[in-house]
Design a protein around this ligand. Sequence first.
Ligand code: QAP
Ligand code: CO
Length: 170
Amino acid sequence: MALLPILCYPDPRLHTVAQPVQLVDARIKTLISDMLETMYDAEGIGLAATQVDVHERLIVMDLSGERNSPLVLINPEITWASQEQQVNDEGCLSVPGIYDGVERSSSIQLKAQDGEGRLRTLDAQGLLAVCIQHEMDHLLGKVFVEYLSPLKRNRIKTKMLKARRETVRA
Ligand code: QAP
Ligand code: CO
C-alpha cells in the first residue's frame, strides 16, 4: 500500500491521453489499491490514473458516505449518453479548492472491466453519472476547468500557480 502524489492543474501531464490497460495483472491490482488509498486519504470520490501520472485507462471511485464501496472501472467506454443534460457543481483532487458548474449528460450507459478484469455493463445517473464522465475526461487528458470560460480558467491557473509557489517556499 502506498500513497501516490496527485498531479495539480496546470501540470501539462494532466493532458496526456491514456492507453488501454492490456492485462489486469498484479501490477494493475497494486495500482488499484494504491489509487484507492490515495483517493480515501485525500477525501475524494473519484480518481483517474492520469492524476497519479499513470497514463492507462483506469478509474477508481467511491460515492458512499461510509467510504466502503469502491468502484473500479478499467477501459471504460460509454455506449449511450442521454440527450438530456444537467449542470452540477464539480471539484477535482487535481484542482483543490475550486468548484464550478459543468453541463453533462444526466444518464449514461457504459461497459468497463472491473478490478478482476471481468467485463461489466453499468447504468448510471445522478452523481455517479457525473463522476464517471468527469473521470473519463481525465483519461482523455481533459480537466473540468476546460469547460469553464477562459476568464475563469485563467484565474484558476494563476491561483494554482501562486499556491504552488507558496508551498515550495514554505
Ligand atoms: C470528481 O472529485 C467529481 O477541491 C471527483 O479541496 C467531483 O473527488 C465529480 C476534492 C464532484 C463530480 C462531482 C476536491 C477534495 C475532491 C477539493 C473529487 C478538495 C478536496 C474531489
Ligand atoms: Co478530477
